[in-house]
Design a protein around this ligand. Structure first.
Ligand code: UTP
Length: 292
């Protein structure tokens, strides 16, 4: 089945980025001149996604506004002849009917956020993108995930990368059955294991293609690690039911923009990739070194 729907959970509290995220959603923090959530939506669009489902919460209306039209701003830019800026504003809109916003009333965890979309997604596989994981370089990561799905067929897919052994407790980790260097098939997936109990160092990154059976498999009565309903806990019952779990080693570099250092690195990497900013960035970094 073609993947036409993408789900974007944006209902978290963003506590690691306070006070910046007190009144502004974490997903509206910018990398370059676009908010994180716009980078994720553009990645999904580039992969052929047509329906965009956002799981929001109180205080996140800026996200809805960002993908809407802004008639006053557009009229003013048009009157002033600021065509470039007008084009940027217009291209950040989603077409009428393509964007759906629903609310997660309490931040009960990623598994719960995804479960909230069950009536909207229906009985078809869908993409899931965590906007605070930004991937720079390579083909759009969601397109890479869809390529793997088109090759291997029904299953649950997640982007994976290898992490330092000491860092495994920050991630969902795969218990590996086979690994051909591109696709890692897992027999189990464990959320945030202690380093000495971790089955591998192959970690989940926030890009998924999920089977609709995920909705039944998420147990909303079962609080997992960190006292949250974890999406990762839904995968083992599906593996047991014969739905394979694949990790996809993607091309590109992942930045954890939910942390200050990851967000800073992503901004530097983004500027480095851009013709209009690279030279200025290099000069600034050089001058910083001189001042050391
Ligand atoms: P994170 O755990 O990285 O986000 O969830 P958070 O909870 O906002 O961050 P901290 O730990 O407090 O700093 C990954 C994604 O899942 C969403 C978040 O908005 C983020 O995009 N999320 C998380 C939800 O939508 N609902 C939740 O209950 C939890």
């Amino acid at each position: 089945m073609r993947i036409r729907t993408a789900v974007f959970p944006v209902a978290g509290l963003g506590t690691r980025f306070l006070p910046a995220t007190k009144a502004i959603p974490k997903e509206m923090l910018t990398v370059g001149d676009k908010p994180l959530i716009q980078h994720a939506v553009e990645e999904a669009k580039a992969a052929g996604i047509e329906r965009f489902i956002f799981i929001t919460s109180q205080g996140k209306t800026a996200i809805e506004d960002h993908f809407d039209s802004n008639p006053l701003l557009e009229r003013t830019l048009a009157e002033r002849g600021n065509t470039k800026e007008l084009e940027k504003v217009k291209s950040s809109q989603l077409s009428p009917g393509d964007a759906i916003f629903i609310r997660q009333q309490q931040p009960l965890g990623l598994g719960h956020a995804v479960w909230c979309t069950r009536h909207l997604v229906g009985n078809e596989p869908f993409a899931l993108l965590l906007a605070d994981d930004m991937i720079i370089g390579g083909a759009p990561c969601t397109a890479q995930m869809i390529s793997a799905y088109e090759k291997l067929g029904r299953g649950n897919y997640t982007a994976v990368m290898d992490v330092e052994p000491l860092h495994v407790s920050r991630y969902g980790i795969l218990d590996i059955e086979s690994d051909d260097g591109w696709i890692v098939k897992a027999k189990h997936v464990i959320e945030k294991p202690a380093p000495h109990r971790s089955p591998s160092c192959t970690a989940i990154v926030g890009r998924y293609i999920l089977d609709p059976m995920t909705f039944e498999s998420i147990n909303i009565h079962n609080l997992g690690i960190c006292k949250e309903i974890q999406l990762t806990d839904a995968f083992y019952p599906m593996i047991q039911a014969g739905i394979p779990f694949y990790g996809v080693r993607f091309a590109g570099q992942r930045y954890d923009c939910g942390t200050k250092e990851g967000w800073l690195e992503a901004n530097i990497a983004n500027a480095f990739e851009r013709n209009d900013l690279r030279e200025k960035l290099l000069t600034t970094l050089k001058n910083l070194k001189i001042r050391e």
